[in-house]
Design a protein around this ligand. Structure first.
Ligand SMILES: NC(=O)c1ccc[n+]([C@@H]2O[C@H](COP(=O)([O-])OP(=O)(O)OC[C@H]3O[C@@H](n4cnc5c(N)ncnc54)[C@H](O)[C@@H]3O)[C@@H](O)[C@H]2O)c1
Length: 354
């Protein structure tokens, strides 16, 4: 396949740890250009990963005709304006999760995208975890009607001990471009969006749309817990646990109970490049089935899926603009519910949709 020319906007931690090396390794991509306001970061990215050119200004990258598709790897409030500019320049877009820091701006991006023929994927890389892919196929196939789903994303108090060992040493600089109001200062909102976007997207990938939520919120000495009952559109009952941080190891996964079987999935920090451990029991043969997800590089597989979609492959199961908007709507509903003493909130109401 003719490789897709890629430009990466943002040469910060996620680009250095994931997108730059993953683009170079991807079978159907060529890294053409990098961009960062910081000269140190963009020149380091260019020389370490062999990009043809390094830009200071994203507009120059978007004007480069060799770049067919862009990866937007910048702080959350910058996602939508950069994605819109890239779409206006005729580029395909892979934008990091969460899609945006506000639901209103996510709708704005959706409206612009609807006027284009560009592919737009969200960086929910867990959809490219081979174990989770297998679980999804079983959940929508052999297992029959879904009954109940329980998902959890519990970040470890020792996360950075693990990631410091696993990730490369980052090139850092003082002249990076940051939002005037740093979204990370509002910890309650930031943590729900940044981690909850994975929890909710995986739940939606396995069970489909979420229509209502009821969220209890509790914080103790900096640990924050969002405990949500949810209902999926197909009637599946759900429970989603987001806790940041727990005193213990990273704890992420899900249970699914279905008509003809059940699934237990245990997901690792992505920096281990290890697919989830997934066990599926099928009542038809009374056996457990366990896939070997040998290729655990979800970030490289995500870029390969993005490029395959650009070349016309209809079978790619990435998070789309609709998934990104829907995940934000669910997270907004969770916030509303927690503020209203755990009242049930319809996701469509929270999203401002009819
Ligand atoms: N999918 C995942 O597993 C995962 C993991 C970590 C982070 N993320 C997401 O990745 C995104 C980026 O995270 P980060 O920690 O690398 O962010 P960061 O803010 O530390 O780095 C972003 C870089 O982009 C540059 N930049 C910002 N706007 C620019 C512009 N208009 N033009 C040129 N350069 C610009 C900055 O100078 C900075 O160097 C966030 O949305 C985060 O949620 C995803």
């Amino acid at each position: 396949m003719n490789p897709v020319g890629i430009g990466i906007v943002g040469c910060g931690p996620i680009a250095q740890a994931a997108h730059l090396p993953a683009t170079v390794k991807a079978a159907n991509a060529t890294l053409i250009a990098v961009c960062d306001r910081s000269e140190r970061l963009r020149t380091a990215a260019q020389s370490m990963h062999g990009a043809s050119i390094a830009y200071a200004d994203a507009a120059d990258l978007f004007a480069d005709t060799r770049v067919e598709a862009v990866i937007i790897a910048v702080a959350d409030p910058f996602h939508v304006p950069l994605a819109i500019a890239a779409l206006h320049a005729g580029k395909h877009v892979l934008v990091e999760k969460p899609l945006s820091d506000t639901l209103a701006s996510a709708h704005e991006l959706a409206a612009v995208h609807a006027q284009t023929d560009s592919i737009l994927h969200i960086g929910n890389n867990k959809r490219y975890d081979m174990g989770i892919e297998y679980a999804r196929d079983m959940a929508w196939g052999a297992l029959g009607q879904r009954i109940a789903y329980r998902g959890w994303y519990c970040d470890s108090h020792l996360r950075y001990t693990a990631t410091d060992n696993l990730q490369p040493s980052f090139v850092t600089a003082d002249d990076t471009l940051r939002p005037v109001l740093d979204p990370k200062t509002d910890r309650r909102r930031y943590l729900l969006l940044t981690h909850g976007s994975h929890l909710v997207d995986t739940a939606r990938y396995i069970c489909g749309p979420i229509v209502r939520v009821q969220t209890q919120y509790r914080t103790v000495e900096g640990a924050r817990c969002w405990y949500s009952a949810v209902t999926f559109a197909d009637g599946t009952l759900g429970h989603l646990d987001l806790t940041v941080t727990i005193q213990g190891d990273h704890h992420e996964g899900f249970h699914l109970y279905s008509q003809h079987g059940s699934i237990l999935a245990k997901t690792y920090l992505p920096w281990f490049f290890k697919s989830s451990d997934v066990e599926v029991f099928t009542s038809t043969d009374a056996q457990y089935h366990r896939p070997l997800g040998a290729d655990g590089h979800s970030y490289r597989r995500q870029i390969e899926g993005f490029c395959a979609a650009i070349r016309g492959n209809q079978g790619v199961r990435a998070a789309t603009i609709d998934d990104g908007v829907a995940a934000l709507a669910v997270l907004t509903a969770m916030t509303r519910s927690a503020e209203a003493n755990a009242a049930w909130v319809d996701v469509s109401t929270a999203a401002g949709l009819p």
